[in-house]
Design a protein around this ligand. Structure first.
Ligand code: KIV
Length: 266
């Protein structure tokens, strides 16, 4: 496939074709996923949990993220690479710029930052300096200690209204994309309609502009505990990993995933 760019993503949103994103942390999976048609590879700080075995994403460092971003870059075959700014890497504007630059030098095409409306200033600075930004709203795992657990966000009317307002403000500040995690499906649809930039969902229903899953989750691999409600194990009906990733791509594109059972009610 030709290299995926911001223009590709915008045109997919305009055509109503779903965007497929998957987390990825190394070269061989980057090759496998991009060849299977995954359009965006996310080096998520979820690597702290699935690769490093921590119980949250908080211990992940910028050096960890840069290392895995460089690994993914070497295997990638045309997907857009997005790298997470880990916990506290955007605590100040100076840190935000320096750490984002490090991830871009390692091979990212876009950085992802967790937060809400307060991100507007740093998004504006990054966008002005040539760094596309994805803003992560809803359940932002770096704030798990504030939320008191991994809980669905935006169920109350006021919270939902604020999230839509934040989405609009971050688009106005220059965000190139939004990622919405664990919100009611109706809010996923409302945010996607409220902005012109693509909105990728995880546990946000089927009406966002695209979907993302954690690679290990969709392959049915876990260190223990129950998989979240929004996860589907694509290995269950496939013989191999390329087949499972291909089935995920097809299911996102034909909107058979996520099904109603993978979503949350308001
Ligand atoms: O770190 C991560 O993997 C994420 C998820 C939303 C996919 O941010």
């Amino acid at each position: 496939m030709p290299d995926v760019t911001l223009t590709t993503l915008q045109s997919l949103k305009q055509k109503g074709e779903k965007i497929v994103m998957l987390t990825c942390y190394d070269a061989i999976f980057a090759k496998t996923a991009s060849e299977a048609g995954v359009e965006m590879l996310l080096i998520g700080d979820s690597l702290g949990m699935v690769l490093q075995g921590h119980d949250s994403t908080l211990p992940v460092t910028v050096a960890d993220m840069a290392y895995h971003t460089a690994c993914v870059k070497r295997g990638n075959r045309g997907a857009m690479i997005v790298a997470d700014l880990p916990f506290m890497a955007n605590a100040t504007l100076e840190q935000t710029l320096n750490n984002s630059a490090e991830l871009m030098r390692a091979g990212a095409h876009m950085v992802k930052v967790e937060g809400a409306g307060w991100l507007a200033e740093s998004i504006r600075l990054l966008a002005e300096r040539g760094i596309p930004v994805c803003a992560h709203l809803g359940l932002t795992p770096q704030s798990v200690n504030v939320f008191g657990g991994y809980k669905v966000q935006g169920r109350q009317e006021e919270q939902a209204r604020q999230m839509i307002e934040d989405a609009r403000a971050l688009e106005a500040a220059g965000a190139a994309m939004l990622l919405l995690e664990c919100v009611p499906s109706s809010l996923g649809a409302a945010v996607s309609q409220a902005v012109r930039i693509p909105v990728i969902g995880i546990g946000a229903g089927s009406e966002t502009d695209g979907q993302v899953l954690v690679l290990h989750d969709m392959l049915g691999l876990s260190l223990g505990g129950r998989a979240p409600k929004f996860v589907k194990n694509f290995m269950a009906e496939q013989n191999d990993i390329p087949g499972a990733i291909g089935a995920y791509v097809k299911a996102v594109k034909d909107v058979s995933f996520p099904a109603a059972e993978h979503g949350f009610s308001a």
